[in-house]
Design a protein around this ligand. Structure first.
Ligand code: PMV
Length: 378
């Protein structure tokens, strides 16, 4: 297919909640930051095509492979080749596609932009997504794909007016349309980058906090024995965990109020400690926050072990980030650990021993970046 004249590339960061997840649902404060893992959406002309939108989803971090190992050590099956199957990838890629479809429909309804499909010889639009952000790991991949798609389409259709808050609100509506309920945190981080504090449902940017190093460990593999019903539950993980916390809150209302208030105070103290670059204190507060998350039942064994290993390996602090995990989904989720000076390589090695996918990342990453490539012949 011949490529046409214009290509828009929108790139956005991943997010991590540093303090206050879950309690933020009850009006307490939370602190989130952008990580230097990026998702890119490219929108370009597709000349001479059938028209309509052509979508390519490439290079999204895998949920692992499953393969049948018959034939590995028996002569009878010596010629049989193992057939690696992308495990869960199709389902998860289709989830990414749901956000892109919804973004296209949203653009048509809100801004009246329609790309005619069919007919041949027409002009279509190609949308190409590539990502470093693991899916369903609490690192904001859904918001990232929504923000980047809307930003690239707006720019492509000449609707870009530089209003980032309008873009964030557009992407937030797309997230809500696909998943029902969405917190404003993720779209704010994808759009603005840096740090944000969420308070009473409002998002405020914090410009005076320093960039720090974090080691993340994501458990993204689901046990092969998990039934199909569990696999489809993966995309509902956050919702299920939020509901489980609500049930616990109702069952232990007075105790929960103390825990939530402690989380709120802790978030404020952590912001102050970060501002002073007192990383030892930030780390201790992460450990306490993790304990509070454990108390409300969102820390499965796999994530708990990862946190303990990081703490034992000398991390200044470690905690679950985001919604947490469910035992029936193999504890899928992410842990963040704050390395002591010069200790990140050791921390990465130790955390990697669990089979988690480990990354050395930095906070305060840049928000949305849009590039335009014009390639017209004169
Ligand atoms: O794991 P994530 O990225 O879906 O984060 C969820 C964070 C919660 O506080 C549990 C819910 C929310 O909407 O803030």
């Amino acid at each position: 297919m011949s490529e046409g004249g214009i290509k828009i590339r929108a790139s956005v960061p991943a997010k991590a909640i540093l303090f206050g997840e879950h309690f933020v649902v009850y009006g307490k404060r939370a602190l989130a930051t952008a990580l230097n893992l990026r998702l890119n959406v490219e929108v370009s002309d597709r000349v001479g095509s059938e028209g309509g939108y052509h979508l390519i989803v490439e290079n999204i971090p895998s949920f692992g492979l499953q393969m049948d190992l018959r034939g590995v050590d028996t002569d009878a099956d010596a010629d049989a080749q193992p057939h690696p199957q992308p495990f869960l990838n199709y389902g998860e890629a289709s989830r990414a596609i749901a956000y892109i479809r919804c973004a296209i429909q949203y653009m048509e309804r809100r801004y009246g932009h329609r790309v005619e499909g069919g007919g041949g010889g027409g002009r279509g639009v190609e949308i190409r997504v590539s990502s470093e952000i693991p899916l369903s790991a609490g690192l904001g991949s859904s918001a990232a794909v929504s923000v980047a798609t809307i930003a690239a389409l707006k720019r492509y259709f000449g609707l870009w007016n530089g209003d980032l808050e309008e873009l964030r609100a557009d992407a937030h509506r797309v997230e809500e349309a696909v998943q029902g309920k969405a917190s404003p945190t993720d779209t704010a981080i994808s759009t603005y980058g840096g740090y944000v504090v969420i308070e009473g449902g409002e998002v405020k940017r914090l410009h005076d906090l320093p960039e720090i190093e974090l080691v993340t460990g994501s458990i993204t593999t689901i046990p092969l024995g998990a039934g199909a019903e569990h696999l489809s539950e993966l995309r509902l993980k956050t919702r299920k965990l939020v509901e489980a916390v609500k049930a616990r809150k109702e069952a232990f209302s007075s105790v929960f109020e103390y825990i939530a208030s402690a989380a709120d105070v802790l978030t404020v103290e952590a912001i102050e400690a970060l501002r002073r670059h007192d990383l030892a204190r930030v780390g201790s507060l992460m450990n306490i926050n993790h304990g509070l998350l454990d108390a409300i039942g969102v820390v499965p064994r796999e994530l708990s072990e990862l946190v303990k290993l990081a703490q034992d390996a000398g991390a200044l602090g470690a905690k679950v980030t985001g919604a947490g995990g469910l035992p029936e989904l193999g504890g899928t989720g992410t842990v963040i650990a704050l390395p002591a000076e010069g200790q990140s390589a050791k921390l990465e090695t130790v955390m990697g021993l669990t089979g988690a996918s480990v990354r050395n990342l930095r906070t305060k990453a840049r928000g949305l970046v849009v590039d335009v490539e014009e390639n017209r012949c004169s």
